[in-house]
Design a protein around this ligand. Structure first.
Ligand code: SF4
Length: 220
């Protein structure tokens, strides 16, 4: 029988499930160059996320900025498989310092409190803000939950999702082309591409001569 825990056994499970969302006091890590914007990903308002303790993902009504994943999943960018540990342990963000898997309520107390957004981390005059606003106004992430239940072949819902995928890709390419943005900043500035967010709903984007088409994803 497993002994009850009262300290960290360095199993790494918390880091394998995803990096932390950043809070106001984590801004100091960016100011001190201990973290960089290229190491962050934005979770847009309306995207589905796993909240601590929840079995199912649910849409967030807050924009969040998290540490990126690695290896194509949510395993924290700073988790080292070689050492089974955190490679930025001395300056890990607030949620990592507070989280204790044997006492998860401590983290629950700060979830969603004073969390950082993209605009908190961008200069007020940064021209990319206009592109982010354009994205939020013209392809909000919460349309995914609204539309996917009705997105049957040839439906209006599917056509609207296709248009949202197209607009999202257009805004990203315009920002990168016109402002010379480094590609590694894309996930921080614009979050995950719309077509990637649709994959868990069984929809795959395909480029055709007539533009983007959404089709049922092939089951591997
Ligand atoms: S920053 Fe470190 S402690 Fe926090 S999730 Fe990543 S690897 Fe784990």
């Amino acid at each position: 029988m497993n002994e009850p825990r009262d300290h960290c056994h360095r199993c790494g499970n918390c880091c394998l499930k995803g990096g932390p969302a950043l809070h106001a006091e984590d801004r100091e890590l960016l100011i001190a160059n201990q973290l960089a914007l290229a190491q962050l990903i934005t979770i847009r308002k309306g995207e589905r996320v796993f909240w601590p303790g929840d079995a199912k993902p649910a849409p967030t009504d807050l924009e969040l900025v998290k540490l990126k994943g690695q290896g194509g999943d949510w395993r924290c960018l700073f988790y080292s498989m070689q050492t089974d540990g955190c490679s930025i342990y001395d300056y890990r963000p607030l949620e990592c310092r507070i989280f204790q898997c044997w006492a998860p309520d401590k983290l629950k107390d700060i979830i969603g409190q004073e969390t950082l957004t993209r605009n908190d981390l961008l200069h007020p005059d940064d021209p990319v803000r206009a592109y982010i606003l354009h994205q939020e106004q013209n392809c909000p992430a919460n349309r995914i939950d609204d539309l996917t239940p009705d997105a049957t072949p040839d439906s209006a819902a599917l056509r609207e999702l296709q248009e949202l995928v197209r607009i999202d890709l257009f805004i990203r390419s315009q920002a990168i082309g016109q402002l010379g943005i480094a590609p590694e900043l894309e996930l921080f500035l614009f979050g995950r591409p719309y077509f990637i967010m649709l994959a868990p709903f069984g929809l795959a984007a395909k480029e055709t001569a007539d533009g983007i088409r959404l089709e049922p994803a092939k089951v591997p």
